[in-house]
Design a protein around this ligand. Structure first.
Ligand SMILES: [Zn+2]
Length: 81
């Protein structure tokens, strides 16, 4: 939190967060004098999480492709091939 109080009049600040663009933009507005400022709080959490999921999925696919399937080995052994 960048502001607890309005730097101009000391009034209450209310904040609004917008992460629709993939970045967290927080807007601070004074309820008394309507002074306002905004802060760029970096990449939105859902953006980080979705990147992470994609990365994990990629690793999982690569591992699955690199290692022969358990069931393929099981059937080969069972059928004696
Ligand atoms: Zn103010």
């Amino acid at each position: 939190m960048k502001y607890d109080r309005c730097p101009k009049c000391g009034g209450d600040i209310y904040t609004e967060k917008d992460s629709s663009s993939g970045r967290v933009m927080r807007e601070y507005t004074c309820s008394k004098c309507h002074w306002s400022d905004f802060a760029d709080e970096g990449t939105a959490l859902w953006q980080i999480l979705s990147d992470d999921r994609e990365e994990q999925e990629k690793v999982r696919r690569e591992k699955a492709a690199a290692k022969p399937s358990f069931w393929a080995a099981f059937w080969r052994r069972l059928l004696g091939r």
